[in-house]
Design a protein around this ligand. Structure first.
Ligand SMILES: Cc1cc2nc3c(=O)[nH]c(=O)nc-3n(C[C@H](O)[C@H](O)[C@H](O)COP(=O)(O)OP(=O)(O)OC[C@H]3O[C@@H](n4cnc5c(N)ncnc54)[C@H](O)[C@@H]3O)c2cc1C
Length: 406
């Protein structure tokens, strides 16, 4: 993959974009295609690190069912304009133009057949063709507004530009180069920054319950999880720290410290009816054996141990249960109420919720209302997608939106 210049910056350019991630690369390509002279700066040693690590190494680059409802924001309407002007099909067209093989994994989620690197290489090829000048290892020290643009002092020298785009993302995964730079810059120019928290992140559990559930580390099962009136039907993965998997990552974006999760561990059946029927069909069968038809035996056994330790439910025959007992057991499997003690935080979160208040930015141009020629794009803004390619689609779409005006 191409390496990028850490040579001094040109003294003058049309557009400076700080942050060479998904949003910054897309904005740079399209502004370059409009014949704007574009300087793309990143403090990291490589561009697009999150693209490379995304989607388990296969980059879930978009979702064909992308709708505004797939996003959390203080202003639900804000994302509509950009998403409608640069759709998932626009990005798919680009992927096809570069002959990158891809497939739909599930629920409209498009992944590379090979590696995430295909997407980054595609974006870098496009940057190259559009004449974008990329500099890595470039730390911005100061931004000053001029009469018609900005003066930017960096570790690679000083440059001036007409338009400045901040595309430095959110706080997730500091090890990958995430910083609060966008929020600091927004505050410097008087824009409100809403409180941030980790999203799409695994939950951690308290010790007594974790002691038992950690036996299940690595096991997963299909559930419906509900919190604050939002539900997701996906897999739950038990981990040595708590609960993860797509269902938990999705609901984590709707969870606040202290909230309980309600988990239906057997969403496809009516457990009470099933167990009652089994009383006559397989009277000698044990509860765990009957449950093992619908989940792994290990999960069934461990949950029975967790909830009914004082009872003899792990070795009694089903015919020996009263209907009241079966109802009690069924309720527990269909409505497991669990209170996480927290999340794994920004260390492993896929996204940052909150950020620059959308009401401070034009949804059409991404320009700050209070500062001409200053633009914010991508995850830095208070727009956060669900799991499934929506966050990249927001990065592409917001980057493309700004590129028309910078
Ligand atoms: C492990 C993981 C997997 C993910 N998988 C997916 C997926 O499959 N599909 C999906 O849609 N989303 C996925 N996401 C979310 C997605 O990666 C982000 O939402 C998206 O990258 C945001 O794009 P962005 O351009 O706004 O920010 P980023 O991609 O984070 O880019 C920001 C850039 O700014 C640079 N930067 C930061 N601070 C500074 C500074 N002070 N000075 C200069 N440069 C700076 C960074 O080095 C980085 O290159 C995943 C996230 C993670 C962490």
């Amino acid at each position: 993959m191409a390496t990028h210049s850490i040579t001094p910056l040109p003294v003058k350019t049309d557009v400076v974009i700080i942050g060479a991630g998904a949003a910054g690369l897309m904005c740079a390509i399209r502004a370059g295609q409009r014949s704007r002279r574009v300087l793309l700066l990143d403090h990291a040693n490589k561009v697009g690190k999150k693209i490379l690590m995304s989607g388990g190494g296969r980059c879930n680059f978009t979702n064909i069912y992308c709708e505004p409802d797939n996003f959390l924001s203080n202003n639900k309407n804000f994302c509509k304009s950009a998403l409608s002007r640069y759709t998932s099909y626009d990005f798919i067209e680009l992927v096809r133009k570069h002959n990158i093989p891809y497939h739909e994994k599930k629920l409209g989620q498009l992944f590379c057949d090979n590696k995430s690197k295909d997407i980054l290489e595609m974006l870098l090829k496009e940057c190259n063709q559009a004449g974008v000048d990329i500099h890595t290892h470039c730390t911005t020290e100061q931004i000053k507004s001029l009469e018609n643009g900005f003066k930017i002092e960096t570790s690679l020298g000083t440059t001036t530009c007409q338009s400045l785009v901040i595309a430095t993302g959110g706080l997730s995964i500091p090890k990958m180069g995430a910083t609060g730079f966008a929020y600091q810059t927004a505050k410097q120019f008087g824009l409100e920054v809403l409180p941030t928290r980790a999203g799409l992140v695994p939950f951690t559990l308290n010790q007594p319950i974790l002691d038992i559930l950690s036996q299940l580390s690595g096991s997963s099962t299909k559930v419906i999880v509900t919190c604050n009136s939002m539900s997701f039907s996906e897999n739950l993965l038990f981990t040595h720290r708590g609960l993860s998997g797509p269902a938990m990552l999705q609901i984590s974006s709707y969870w606040n410290q202290g909230d309980e999760l309600t988990i239906n561990l057997l969403p496809k059946i009516d457990l009470f009816k099933y167990l009652k029927d089994q009383k006559s069909e397989r009277p000698k069968a044990e509860l765990k054996t009957l449950l093992a038809v619908h989940m792994t035996k290990n999960i069934a056994q461990t949950l029975i141990q967790l909830w009914f330790a004082e009872k003899d439910y792990n070795d009694k025959q089903i015919s020996q249960y009263s209907n009241q007992e079966l109802q009690y057991i069924s309720k527990q499997f269909h409505n497991w109420v669990v209170k996480p003690n927290g999340t794994e935080g920004y260390r492993t979160a896929e996204v940052t919720l909150g950020g620059i208040n959308c009401n401070e930015i034009s949804s059409k141009t991404m320009q700050a209302n209070k500062q001409d020629n200053l633009y914010f794009i991508g995850e830095a803004i208070d727009v956060t997608g669900h799991l499934g390619g929506f966050n990249f689609q927001w990065a592409w779409a917001s980057g493309a939106a700004a590129s028309e005006f910078v």
